[in-house]
Write a protein that binds this ligand. Structure first.
Ligand SMILES: [Zn+2]
Length: 129
């Protein structure tokens, strides 16, 4: 997929966050209170990124995860805006997803702070409790 095709596939806000490293407004994301089971995938390329079991409520206003699927993401040192942060990008298409912090509440110690607009939930529809 080239950049022009990606642009057509996404809304302007999605494009800004994913391809221009934007950040959605906190508490605006549709996946913030999503509780269905499944796998969160990259909005651009469909790469599976986070299992729903890794999701937790961090109170920050962005969907948060304590771990990513192995080799699904790449970490990039980010010094934008004078802050030292670790950017998380999709390992397959390089799209910006969010940042990861070392203050997670679970035993992984990680807090993947993601933008809802970068993710899509592939829900396990058949799995009814
Ligand atoms: Zn991707």
């Amino acid at each position: 997929m080239n950049e022009e095709e990606i642009k057509k596939k996404l809304t302007p806000e999605e494009y800004h966050v994913l391809r221009e490293k934007g950040t959605e407004a906190p508490f605006s994301g549709q996946l913030l209170h999503e509780t269905r089971e499944g796998v969160y995938t990259c909005k651009v390329c469909g790469n599976p990124l986070f299992p729903s079991t890794a999701k937790f409520d961090s109170g920050t206003g962005w969907p948060s995860f304590d771990q990513a699927l192995p080799a699904s993401t790449k970490l990039v040192h980010d010094q934008a805006y004078g802050m030292e942060r670790t950017e998380v990008v999709c390992a397959k298409c390089g799209s910006h997803l969010g940042h990861v912090f070392e203050d997670g509440p679970t035993n992984t110690g990680k807090r993947y702070c993601m933008n809802s607009v970068c993710l899509e939930l592939a829900a396990d529809e058949g799995k009814k409790k």
